[in-house]
Design a protein around this ligand. Structure first.
Ligand code: HEC
Length: 191
């Protein structure tokens, strides 16, 4: 019993000393006061969108050096014109086989994810957004799309075309070719 009392007294003394120390050292509880091992809490790097005296234009965010290409990205050297679309139709060829089930399944997934809302599951162009007022695309089952080269379709998906938005930044190169194979399949299945 006596032992407990002594321990209690020491504890009380300790707590009182802590409070006194805090008071005399001017510790404010709602502010960070003493940092023990801050490690990398305070970065020396400049934050994005802040001024930076080290660059000539005074900005932290710099444009990539001209001519650099992101890793894993292949540039497509085509401009935006009918002529360039025609050139793409002649020069670009589908590297994927259209008779592979795995390829077609991938193409179907791409179509359902990125194209179906406008072009419709059947390809006739009466997708959900079209039913809600988006300008209808021509049916992919018509002669025009059937005769269109894979390369030109690839160009249209990549850069967009009139009312159709560009999908180059959303759909990978491989997936663009796969979806074209799937569109061919749709065309074959609906003569
Ligand atoms: C937001 C709606 C929309 C989406 C999504 C969309 N398209 Fe289109 N697409 C259009 C419209 C509209 C046109 C017609 C463009 C024009 O002539 O104004 C078109 C035209 C086309 C054409 C040319 C057809 C022809 O006969 O001239 C192809 C090929 C095509 N789209 C493929 C695709 C593929 C593949 C996808 C998915 C990766 C896709 N589109 C996604 C709206 C869309």
């Amino acid at each position: 019993m006596r032992k407990i009392t002594i321990a209690g007294a020491f504890l009380l003394l300790f707590v009182v000393l802590l409070f006194l120390a805090a008071h005399f050292l001017g510790v404010e509880p709602d502010r960070l006061n003493y940092e023990y091992a801050p490690d990398m809490a305070h970065t020396v790097a400049y934050k994005a969108q802040t001024p930076n005296p080290f660059f000539r234009d005074g900005r932290t965010e710099q444009l990539p050096v001209e001519g650099t290409i992101p890793r894993g990205y292949m540039p497509l050297h085509y401009g935006l014109s009918e002529e360039e679309a025609r050139r793409a139709g002649k020069e670009l060829h589908n590297p994927f086989r259209s008779d592979s089930t795995a390829n077609l399944q991938r193409g179907k997934w791409v179509y359902q994810t990125y194209c179906q809302e406008c072009h419709a599951a059947s390809g006739d162009g009466m997708g959900l957004v079209v039913q809600r007022g988006f300008p209808p695309p021509p049916s992919l089952l018509l002669e025009h799309a059937r005769k269109m080269e894979d390369g030109r379709m690839f160009y249209i998906i990549t850069f967009g075309f009139k009312n159709m938005p560009a999908y180059g930044s959303l759909v990978s190169r491989e997936d663009r070719w796969q979806v074209i194979n799937y569109i061919r399949k749709l065309q074959e299945s609906q003569p």
